[in-house]
Ligand binder design. Structure first.
Ligand SMILES: *[C@@H]1O[C@H](CO)[C@@H](O)[C@H](O)[C@H]1NC(C)=O
Ligand SMILES: *[C@@H]1O[C@H](CO)[C@@H](O)[C@H](O)[C@H]1NC(C)=O
Ligand SMILES: *[C@@H]1O[C@H](CO)[C@@H](O)[C@H](O)[C@H]1NC(C)=O
Ligand SMILES: *[C@@H]1O[C@H](CO)[C@@H](O)[C@H](O)[C@H]1NC(C)=O
Ligand SMILES: *[C@@H]1O[C@H](CO)[C@@H](O)[C@H](O)[C@H]1NC(C)=O
Ligand SMILES: *[C@@H]1O[C@H](CO)[C@@H](O)[C@H](O)[C@H]1NC(C)=O
Length: 400
């Protein structure tokens, strides 16, 4: 008797340990471990939410789903609440799955699955509904803006939950905006502003505001505005020749940029109208000389204007004489060459002269004597000789 009760006690203990081990492995929950299992669900507004409640080992005990307001939705396979959006997906002894379609933000909350054991066991699943941000809108654009204007672009998107992120891009390149988030009901209004001082480089630039949000799985929502900036013209003259020479063809182009596009450009020469010459052709913003002439010398000016202002540029034309230019061009080389030659010749002369003097001292004397021979008397001979000598020195100086 004592032994028997001992044995039973031992068996119970072993059974209890076994149960615990198996239960911890999730294989057997036993009668006492019979309870509902659920999972939280996240769904995007307008989508379908499936709420599943499972009981792994169930006798035919009933399952029930109820909403956050504690209203019963389904009791087993029986619909309890009149709402077309709520449907039965599966009802077995071990599972009760229902679906809610066209989910709205007000569907969010804690749903309860109850298993009608004694006592009742429950499990709670939180249904999270994501608010889809609306297509963003960009405000604050003045079209057109004037160069130098300060403008503030504002991008707003409503209806996001959780709050969306807004990002700005200037022609694809991200720029930093100032974000502000306000709650309005269950969703958020997100605003991001961008302060700009526009200049001519902003003309035609696209500013994009992009919404990033967890509910936007395919493509992010975005809005784009293209800036239009008005600015006074800026003028510049380009020329086809660096060194214009007589007889050459020369094209001057008046490059003017402005918005609105400047009126046709005006050309003047030295402050007055262009001379009426066949060689000079004005076509749009181009001034062409078919054959340059020295008489074309002067200051050429072109002017462009729109309603915001006028701008001009000038070009001083100096027509070179091709012949003079040829000399001019070789002048430096020539001078260099001449100097080199002169130095070289002088050096050679000094050397040759030195040798000659060293070798022909006698000849010199003879030469001196020659002067003496020609002279009628000694005095004249000396003068002649000195004169000859002076003459030689003159020559030498001349060479240097
Ligand atoms: C909900 O369950 C139905 C039926 O099992 C299935 O077709 C559908 O894809 C499920 N929807 C979601 C959002 O899981
Ligand atoms: C559950 O009910 C079905 C019929 O309604 C029956 O055939 C089955 O034996 C029952 N199962 C249990 C474990 O009670
Ligand atoms: C389900 O959601 C609720 C409420 O947000 C949270 O407290 C709980 O931890 C979540 N459970 C799981 C399993 O994520
Ligand atoms: C957010 O709230 C502040 C203060 O109530 C308000 O000044 C601001 O305009 C709001 N912003 C948005 C984006 O609604
Ligand atoms: C330049 O113009 C003058 C006067 O118009 C003319 O006599 C002369 O032949 C021209 N020179 C050239 C190179 O065309
Ligand atoms: C043109 O300019 C050059 C340089 O100033 C000068 O040598 C030439 O005489 C000028 N011709 C006329 C017609 O002014």
């Amino acid at each position: 008797m004592k032994l028997k009760s001992h044995l039973i006690f031992t068996l119970y203990t072993i059974y209890g340990i076994l149960l615990k081990v198996m239960a911890s492995k999730g294989k057997v929950r036993g009668i006492s471990g019979q309870y509902p299992l659920v999972q939280n669900v996240t769904v995007t507004e307008g989508g379908i939410a499936n709420l599943t409640c499972r009981v792994e080992f169930n006798d035919n005990t009933s399952l029930q789903w109820s909403n956050p307001a504690q209203q019963t939705l389904f009791f087993g396979d029986k619909k309890a609440l009149r709402d077309n959006r709520i449907e039965l997906v599966r009802a077995t002894s071990s599972e009760l799955t229902i679906s809610i379609s066209d989910v709205t933000l007000s569907d969010e909350g804690m749903y309860t699955c109850s298993l009608f054991t004694m006592p009742v066991r429950t499990a709670k699943a939180y249904l999270t509904v994501l608010g889809v941000p609306e297509k963003p809108e960009i405000d604050g654009l003045t079209k057109p803006a004037m160069e130098g204007d300060h403008i503030t672009l504002t991008c707003i998107t409503q209806g996001s939950k959780p709050a969306a992120d807004l990002r700005w891009f200037r022609n694809e390149k991200e720029v930093k905006g100032a974000k502000e988030v306000n709650a309005s009901g269950k969703t958020f209004t997100v605003r991001s502003s961008l302060q700009l001082q526009v200049d001519r480089n902003d003309d035609g630039v696209a500013y994009t505001c992009r919404v990033d949000h967890v509910a936007l799985t395919q493509a992010p929502q975005q809005a784009t505005e293209v800036l239009e900036v008005h600015y006074a013209p800026r003028v510049e003259i380009t020329h086809s020749l660096e060194v214009p020479q007589e007889g050459q063809y020369l094209k001057l182009e008046c490059v003017s940029k402005g918005n609105p596009s400047p009126d046709p450009v005006m050309w003047t020469k030295d402050g007055s109208e262009l001379p009426d010459l066949d060689r000079m052709i004005v076509e749009g913003r181009e001034l062409t000389f078919t054959s340059l002439n020295k008489t074309d010398n002067g200051t050429y000016r072109c002017e462009a204007s729109n309603h915001l202002g006028t701008s001009s540029a000038q070009y001083v034309l100096y027509v070179y004489d091709p012949n003079a230019l040829g000399q001019h061009g070789t002048d430096h080389a020539l001078i260099g060459g001449v100097v080199a030659v002169v130095v070289f010749v002088t050096l050679c002369l000094i050397i040759v002269l030195g040798r000659y003097l060293a070798r022909h001292k006698g000849t010199y004397l003879t030469n001196e004597a020659k002067g003496a021979d020609d002279a009628p008397d000694a005095d004249t001979a000396i003068i002649n000789a000195e004169g000859n000598h002076a003459h030689a020195e003159e020559k030498k100086e001349y060479f240097i």
